[in-house]
Design a protein around this ligand. Structure first.
Ligand code: ADP
Ligand code: MG
Length: 896
C-alpha cells in the first residue's frame, strides 16, 4: 500500500523546503491524485516516481531506476516514451490502475524567462479510468464500456443506478430495489462503478461488490448529493427545470449528477457529448440475475471467453455499433409484446429482402464508428481521421437511406422500425458531409498537429503559404548545384536536420575553398564532415519555416472550424450512428434466421410456452462445425397447461442441453430474434432463473452446496407465475437422502407456491412419483437405448419417467476399470433388492467382499502362483526342494 511503503510520495506539506523545485511541483500535483498513477511529462517521456514507479515498473516489466534524493532517500523512478505510451497506459488500466496524465502546459522557453531555476508549468489534463475511455486502442470495438453510478438516499432503500458509455454518448438511468441490483450490474457489466464510501462499506452488498471488485471506485458521499446532482444535470442538459424530461426520482438524479461530476473530473473540465438520459423501468426488460446469465453463457462462457457464448454464435453484424446494439438487446430482452413484435417485423422484413439485405450490409461494412469519433471530437481529443469517420459515416448513412427509399413494391410498406431508421439516416447533416468531403485530403495524419490534412483548393491563403513553402524548397534544391559549381566541390550537399535546420555539407578534405570564401559561413566541424551556411540559404530556410508555420496555423484553424461545425450537428450524427447500429443489428438477425433456419416466434401476453422442434443454438452450431454428420436432435416442450416438467434420464443424455435451449429460445424471442425451432409460442417471461446443482464456485471460496442452496432459495422466494425457471439437478451437492428431500420439497413449492413455468431436471427418479399428486406436473425423460450392455443416447425427450439412471453404463463408457464396473453392478443389485427399513450397513454387510466377486482380483492371484511356478526349473531341483516348492505354491493359494 502506498502509505506504508518507504517509496511512498511524501505529502506536499511535509517537504517544500527540502525538495528541488521540480520535485515540489511533482508532489503538489500528485497530492490531487493520490489513488492514481501520475504520468509526469518530462520532454519525450512520462516519468513516474516513488511508489507509482515501483507499482508501474512491476506491472509493465520496465526498469526501475533512481533520480536524485528526497529527504535523504533515493527517489524511485521509471518512465515510458510519449510516442508509445498508449500501450503502457492500456496495460496499467487493465491491471486496475487509474492514470493521471500530467502535461507541460507552457513552452520551456517561457519558463526560462522566469529565471534559470524555474520549472515548466504542468497540469493534469486527464484522469484515465477504466470507465471513461475513448480511445479505440483501449476499447473493445464491439462491446460497450459503461461507467455506472450508484446512489442511495438516507430516506429509502431504493438505489439509483445511472450508466453512460463515454465513448459513444449513451446515457441512461433506472431505480432498483437492493435485491435487483445484482441483475442490473450483471446486465451492464460496467468497466467502472462509482459509489460513496459508505455504500461500499455496507455489509449487505459485500458479496455483490465482491463480484465487481476490480471495477469499484469509491468517492466521498458529498458527490452523491441529490441537490447538487440536480444542478449538474440541469447544467449539462441546458435546461432550467427537469420536469420536461420525464420524471426522474431524487435518487436517480443523485446517481446521474454524480456520474456527470465524475466524468468532468476525469476529463478535467471537458464534457463529452452525452445523450439526454433515457429512463429505464426495470419492468420493461426480462430480469435475469448474474448467476443465470453466467449459467446460460449469454455473452461469455463459464470460462470467461466471448467465443462460444450465445452472442458469439448469433452475431452476424458487420460494424462495431451494430455489435454493441445486438449485445445490448440480447442482455436486456424486452417484456412488452408490442415492442418485441415491432422488432420481429423488422427482422422478418430483412429476411424477405434477400437481395436488398446483401446490398445494405455491403454499405454498412464500410461505415466507420461515428459515435466513438464524435465522442473524441467533443473531448478535443479527436484528429483528422475522426473527421473522416464522420464524413464516411454520413456518406454511408445517405447511401443506405437512398437504398431504403428505392425498395421494390413487394417490400412495402416498410416496417415501423425500418422507416424510423431510414428517416434518421436521410436527415443526417447533409451539408456537413459535403463540407468534410471537400475539405479533407486523401490521406490523413493521426494528429492535427502533423498537418497536411486539408485538401488543395479549400483556402486561397493556405494554398499560397504552401506554394511559398514548396517554392523555397525548390530553390534550396537548386542551391546544391549552384554551390557545387561555385566551389568546384562536386560532392557538396545541402541537407537538413532538426538542430541546424538547412546546411551545406562537404568532406573535411574539401572544406578549404569554403572556409576561405566570404559567402560560406562555418557552422560545425565533425570527424567526417564540415558544415556551412550562407545568408541566402538562411533566408530561404526562414521563409520556409515561416510559410510552414502559416500553413499549419491555417490548417489548425480550419480543423477547429470543422470540429465546431461537426459538433453543432452532434445530435443528428448521434442519431444516424445509432440508426446504423440498429439497422446492422436487425439485418444481422435476418441473416442469422436465413442461415440457421430460425423461425418467427409468436410472442404475446398469454402464459403459453409451446416449442416445437426446438434446438440449442450453441450446441447445434458446435455440432455443425466439429462433427459433420451428427445433427442436433430437435425436441418439443410445452409448459402451457402442465407448467412443471420433471425431466429424468441418465447423465450425458441431453437434459441440461434441453433445459438451456428452452431458456435461450425465450431470451432470443424476447430480444426480437427469430428462434431455433419449427414453431414457438411464448407468453412473455418477466424473470428468468437458471440454476445448476453444485456449480463450482471455488473462486469465491464458498461451499458449492451452500451456493446451490442460496441460489435455489432466491428462486423459490422470487419466481412468480410469469417467470421461467430452469433447475438442473438441484440437490446434487449433498448426501443422497438430503438431496432427494430438498429436490422433492423444491418441486412441491414450485408447483404450489411459485406456479412458474418450470423445467426441473433430476437424477432422482424417485421424484417422478410426484405426478400422481401434483396435477400440473409432467414427467419427461431422455430416451436411451441399451445395446449389448452399452447405453446409446438418442437425445430425444419423451413422456414418462426414466426406468433407471444408467450411471454404471455411463461410467463404463467413460473408461472406468472393468473391476470397478463389475463391483458397482453387484453393489447396485444388492441395494435395489434391499427392502426399505434395512440399514445401509446391513446391506453392505450382506454383500460379498470385493475380492471374492471381482474377476480382475482373481486374475491377479493366478498371476502370483504363475510367477512362482515360472521361477521353478524342475531339472535343477532336488526331491526335497521340489517338495518345498509344492508346499509354497499350495500356501500362496491358501493365503490369498
Ligand atoms: P445431461 O445433462 O443429461 O448430462 P447434456 O445436456 O450435458 O446431458 O448433454 C451431453 C452431450 O450430449 C452434449 O454435450 C451434446 O454434445 C449432446 N447432446 C445433448 N442434447 C443433444 C441433442 N438434442 N442432439 C444432439 N446432441 C445432443
Ligand atoms: Mg446435465
Amino acid at each position: 500500500m502506498p502509505d506504508s511503503s518507504e517509496n511512498a510520495a511524501p505529502s506536499a506539506s511535509a517537504i517544500p523546503t527540502e525538495a528541488t523545485p521540480m520535485m515540489a511541483q511533482y508532489l503538489e500535483i500528485k497530492q490531487g491524485y493520490q489513488d492514481a498513477i501520475l504520468f509526469y511529462r518530462m520532454g519525450d517521456f512520462y516519468e513516474m516516481f516513488f511508489d507509482d514507479a515501483v507499482r508501474a515498473s512491476e506491472t509493465l516489466s520496465i526498469a526501475l531506476t533512481k533520480r536524485g534524493k528526497h529527504l535523504g532517500a533515493d527517489i524511485a523512478m521509471c518512465g515510458v516514451p510519449v510516442h508509445s505510451h498508449e500501450n503502457y497506459l492500456e496495460r496499467l488500466i487493465r491491471a486496475g490502475f487509474k492514470v493521471a496524465v500530467c502535461e507541460q502546459v507552457e513552452d520551456p522557453a517561457e519558463a526560462k524567462k522566469r529565471g534559470a531555476k524555474s520549472v515548466v508549468r504542468r497540469e493534469v489534463i486527464r484522469l484515465v479510468t477504466p470507465g471513461t475511455l475513448t480511445e479505440d486502442t483501449l476499447l473493445p470495438a464491439r462491446a460497450h464500456n459503461y461507467l455506472a453510478s450508484l446512489a442511495r438516499l438516507a430516506s429509502g432503500s431504493v438505489i439509483g443506478l445511472a450508466w453512460a458509455d463515454v465513448s459513444t454518448g449513451t446515457f441512461a438511468v433506472t431505480s432498483v430495489e437492493p435485491s435487483g441490483l445484482g441483475a442490473e450490474l450483471a446486465r451492464l457489466d460496467p468497466g467502472e462503478i462509482i459509489l460513496s464510501d459508505s455504500f461500499l462499506m455496507d455489509e449487505t452488498f459485500a458479496p455483490l461488490f465482491d463480484d465487481h471488485r476490480n471495477a469499484l471506485s469509491a468517492l466521498p458521499a458529498s458527490r452523491f448529493d441529490s441537490a447538487t446532482g440536480e444542478h449538474r444535470l440541469k447544467d449539462h442538459l441546458g435546461v432550467g427545470a427537469l420536469d420536461g424530461l420525464g420524471t426522474f426520482s431524487k435518487v436517480e438524479v443523485a446517481a446521474m449528477g454524480a456520474l456527470l461530476d465524475y466524468v468532468e473530473l476525469t476529463q478535467v473540465g471537458r464534457m463529452p457529448k452525452l445523450a439526454r438520459p433515457e429512463r429505464h423501468g426495470t419492468d420493461t426488460s426480462m430480469q435475469i440475475d448474474a448467476a443465470t446469465r453466467a449459467n446460460l453463457e449469454l455473452v461469455r462462457t463459464m470460462k470467461g471467453e466471448t467465443k462460444g457464448s450465445l452472442l458469439d454464435v448469433i452475431d452476424r453484424t458487420v460494424t462495431g455499433a451494430g455489435a454493441r446494439e445486438l449485445g445490448s438487446r440480447l442482455t436486456a430482452p424486452l417484456t412488452d409484446p408490442r415492442a418485441i413484435n415491432l422488432r420481429l417485423d423488422a427482422v422478418e422484413w430483412g429476411l424477405d429482402a434477400r437481395g436488398m439485405r446483401a446490398e445494405l450490409r455491403q454499405v454498412l461494412k464500410a461505415a466507420p464508428d461515428m459515435a466513438r469519433a464524435l465522442s473524441r471530437l467533443s473531448l478535443s481529443r479527436g484528429g483528422p481521421r475522426d473527421l473522416a469517420s464522420i464524413r464516411d459515416g454520413l456518406a454511408a448513412s445517405h447511401a443506405l437511406a437512398a437504398h431504403l427509399t428505392a425498395v421494390p413494391q413487394s417490400l412495402l410498406p416498410l416496417p415501423e422500425i425500418v422507416t424510423n431508421i431510414s428517416a434518421a439516416l436521410r436527415s443526417a447533416a447533409p451539408a456537413l458531409r459535403s463540407r468534410l468531403a471537400n475539405t479533407l485530403s486523401e490521406s490523413l495524419p493521426l494528429f492535427a498537429r502533423d498537418g497536411g490534412f486539408i485538401a488543395r483548393g479549400v483556402s486561397a491563403p493556405l494554398d499560397e503559404h504552401r506554394m511559398l513553402r514548396d517554392e523555397s524548397r525548390q530553390l534550396i534544391a537548386g542551391l546544391q548545384t549552384k554551390y557545387a559549381d561555385d566551389t568546384g566541390v562536386s560532392s557538396l550537399k545541402v541537407r537538413h536536420n532538426n538542430v541546424l535546420g538547412f546546411y551545406i555539407e562537404v568532406g573535411p578534405k574539401n572544406a578549404d575553398p569554403l572556409m576561405k570564401s566570404d559567402t560560406y559561413i562555418h557552422r560545425q566541424t565533425l570527424a567526417n564532415a564540415v558544415r556551412f551556411t550562407t545568408t541566402e540559404l538562411a533566408s530561404l530556410a526562414s521563409r520556409i519555416a515561416d510559410a510552414a508555420a502559416q500553413v499549419l496555423a491555417a490548417e489548425l484553424a480550419l480543423f477547429d472550424e470543422m470540429v465546431a461545425e461537426t459538433l453543432s450537428h452532434a445530435d443528428d450524427i448521434a442519431r444516424a450512428a445509432s440508426a446504423l447500429g440498429e439497422l446492422d443489428a436487425t439485418l444481422s438477425l435476418s441473416e442469422l434466421a436465413a442461415e440457421c433456419r430460425y423461425t418467427r416466434p409468436r410472442v404475446d401476453e398469454t402464459l403459453s410456452f409451446a416449442i416445437t422442434g426446438g434446438r440449442h443454438p450453441v450446441v447445434e452450431a458446435a455440432l455443425l462445425r466439429d462433427r459433420a454428420g451428427t445433427a442436433f436432435v430437435p425436441n418439443d416442450c410445452d409448459l402451457t397447461d402442465k407448467n412443471l416438467w420433471l425431466l429424468t434420464g441418465p447423465n450425458m443424455a441431453g437434459k441440461s442441453t434441453f433445459l438451456r435451449q428452452n431458456a435461450l429460445i425465450a431470451i432470443l424471442a424476447q430480444t426480437g430474434s427469430f428462434v431455433p425451432a419449427d414453431d414457438a409460442h411464448i407468453g412473455t417471461v418477466d424473470r428468468l432463473f437458471s440454476r445448476v446443482g453444485a456449480a463450482d464456485d471455488l473462486a469465491r471460496g464458498r461451499s458449492t452446496f451452500m451456493v446451490e442452496m442460496v441460489e435455489t432459495a432466491a428462486i423459490l422466494n422470487q419466481a412468480g407465475p410469469r417467470a421461467l425457471v430452469i433447475l438442473d439437478e438441484i440437490g446434487r451437492g449433498t448426501a443422497t437422502f438430503d438431496g432427494l428431500s430438498i429436490a422433492w420439497a423444491a418441486v412441491e413449492h414450485l408447483h404450489e407456491v411459485n406456479k412458474s413455468r418450470a423445467l426441473f431436471a433430476t437424477h432422482y427418479h424417485e421424484l417422478t412419483a410426484l405426478n400422481e399428486k401434483l396435477t400440473r406436473l409432467t414427467n419427461a425423460t431422455m430416451r436411451v437405448k441399451e445395446w449389448e450392455g452399452d447405453v446409446v443416447f438418442l437425445h430425444e425427450v419423451a413422456a414418462g419417467a426414466a426406468d433407471r439412471s444408467y450411471g454404471i453404463q455411463v461410467a463404463k463408457l467413460a473408461g472406468l476399470p472393468s473391476s470397478v464396473i463389475i463391483r458397482a453392478q453387484s453393489v447396485l443389485t444388492a441395494l435395489e433388492k434391499g427392502s426399505e427399513g434395512r440399514k445401509t450397513t446391513t446391506l453392505i454387510d450382506d454383500l460379498p467382499l470385493f475380492s471374492a466377486t471381482a474377476k480382475p482380483a482373481v486374475v491377479a492371484k493366478e498371476n502370483l502362483v504363475e510367477a512362482e511356478l515360472k521361477k521353478i526349473i524342475p531339472d535343477e531341483l532336488t526331491p526335497r526342494e521340489a517338495l518345498d516348492a509344492l508346499y509354497r505354491l499350495k500356501g500362496l493359494q491358501g493365503r490369498e
